[in-house]
Design a protein around this ligand. Structure first.
Ligand code: ADP
Ligand code: F6P
Length: 456
């Protein structure tokens, strides 16, 4: 049996429970036969040399965690600069927010080379290597240049934009050429696969051998959609756990006279937070019966705060929350409760369960796991309603949610009202269908089907 080697920018310790769906799934896949998880240590060395970094290894059961430190210059150009200043905005269709600083690409290449150089001596000939996300697109090409012959797969957790948007990145040809160093390319949705297929055929003259196989640069790559799921059983168990039940009970008492709407995400411009707040304001204007009776709890955890676009968004959000509360609030009721923090993972299901409506309205999202977690946490006898952006990858699967266009303030407000008024039988029917969908393609299915494609 081959050993699995997972490579990702961030790692999680698989021994720690409830570390998040992806970490749980990868931890699971790794612990079946033992494996290696490799990536950035999270440490930034202030005065370190570019392209250098110490490797740390530790054993977590039968999984070895191997991590590399990055110096400040490398971290800033690789993580903040190229990954989150160029690839993140462009891949989320936000050319207006991209910062094409010519200095970033050097750091991005340098860190990919550094990581590949550090991993190479740890590899065994029949290891299966699975690389994750946009931080590491050229990782396989770097390994191949060092003589690596192993099977290497890549999974993109964020969307792949249409060819003409991708082509705005000055290094777009190099990026896509790098993808051909992999054996399997996994995407979240069929839209992403179609974008890859169009780009590969039109821009680099790749030959489509069949629905999944593309040949270019002397290599054949298999491209397919593998929508990521959550560990439904783990999340249902978490919802029945002590912490979640305490959270539920506390909130149920606090909001016994009110309907709760809930948003939970990182504070990221892809999540459509200002648009959501404007839709909520419209709801209060258009359907005044919600005044004094509906509260939006918006939890937006800090993310990538060193980037101006993120700090600007935070200010915009705080000002919108303030103005909605100022315009509509009463002494005994505030329409919006905004919290700029993480909620402990064990308590999160209790919050999901007490909400009548979840607002998951990103402007663009690779998948969106919060939507799936909300479904898993509901009481099937009295489930809440999911209002979901049609631009989230999850919308391709979750057809029974109320799908909205988050750019359409009035339309979204109407759908929120529909969610608040939905009869119990319809809520139960939709929830049952949604639950079946997230069970059918859960995170274990995702891991298994991807690795089957990679091992051939
Ligand atoms: P992204 O990967 O873009 O952050 P996802 O919705 O796919 O978005 O995944 C986010 C994960 O992080 C989910 O598991 C969710 O529960 C968790 N999460 C997001 N925001 C918070 C928060 N404020 N507190 C606790 N967990 C959060
Ligand atoms: O799911 C997309 C993603 O960028 C992951 O790759 C990443 O770990 C997560 O969101 C959080 O972002 P960051 O690692 O930049 O905090």
């Amino acid at each position: 049996m081959s050993r699995l080697v997972v490579v990702s920018n961030r790692l999680a310790d698989p021994r720690k429970t409830a570390a998040g769906g992806l970490a749980v799934a990868l931890g699971d896949a790794l612990s079946v036969n033992g494996g290696l998880w490799f990536g950035w240590s999270g440490t930034i060395v202030e005065d370190g040399a570019p392209g250098e970094g110490e490797v740390h290894t530790q054993q977590a059961g039968n999984v070895t965690l191997a991590t590399v430190d990055l110096c400040k210059e490398d971290h800033d150009s690789y993580y903040l600069g190229y990954s989150n200043g160029v690839l993140w905005p462009v891949f989320h269709y936000r050319l207006d927010l991209a910062d094409f600083d010519a200095g970033y690409i050097g750091g991005y290449r340098r860190v990919n080379q550094l990581m590949a150089r550090k991993l190479m001596p740890m590899l065994q000939p029949d290891d299966i290597i699975w690389v994750h996300d946009y931080h590491l697109i050229p990782f396989a090409a770097e390994l191949r240049a060092m003589g690596c012959k192993n099977r290497i797969g890549f999974f993109l957790h964020i969307p792949l934009p249409p060819p003409l948007i991708l082509a705005a990145i000055p290094q777009h040809e190099w990026l896509i050429r790098s993808l051909f160093a992999y054996d399997v390319l996994g995407f979240q949705t069929q839209y992403d696969v179609d974008h890859f297929s169009r780009y590969a055929r039109k821009e680099v003259g790749a030959e489509a051998l069949n629905e999944h196989e593309f040949r270019a640069f002397g290599r054949t790559v298999h491209a397919q959609a593998f929508p990521i799921g959550i560990d439904v059983d783990e999340f249902v168990a978490l919802a029945d756990g002590k912490e979640a039940r305490e959270m539920f009970d506390r909130m149920a008492v606090e909001y016994s006279r009110r309907r709760l709407l809930l948003g939970v995400e990182r504070l990221d411009y892809s999540k459509g937070l200002p648009h959501r707040l404007r839709a909520f304001r419209q709801l209060l204007r258009q359907y005044p019966e919600n005044l004094g009776s509906s509260t939006l709890i918006q939890i937006a955890s800090p993310s990538r705060e060193a980037l101006d676009t993120y700090s600007g968004l935070r200010q915009e959000l705080e000002s919108l929350c303030g103005s909605i509360n100022g315009d509509f609030g009463e002494l005994d009721w505030m329409p919006v409760r905004y919290i700029h923090r993480n909620v402990a993972r064990k308590r999160l299901p209790g919050l999901y369960r007490v909400a009548s409506v979840a607002l998951v309205t990103p402007l663009r999202d690779g998948m969106n796991l919060v939507a799936k977690e909300f479904i898993a946490a509901q009481d099937p006898e009295d489930p809440g309603v999911l209002v979901l952006s049609r631009f989230a990858g999850a919308a391709e699967q979750l057809e029974e949610a109320l799908l909205v266009n988050p750019y359409d303030t009035f339309g979204t407000a109407e759908s929120i009202q529909q969610a608040l008024q939905m009869p119990l039988a319809e809520r139960q029917r939709r929830h049952q269908q949604l639950l079946a969908r997230i069970r059918e393609q859960d995170v274990h299915w995702w891991c298994r089907t991807y690795l089957e494609a990679l091992t051939g």
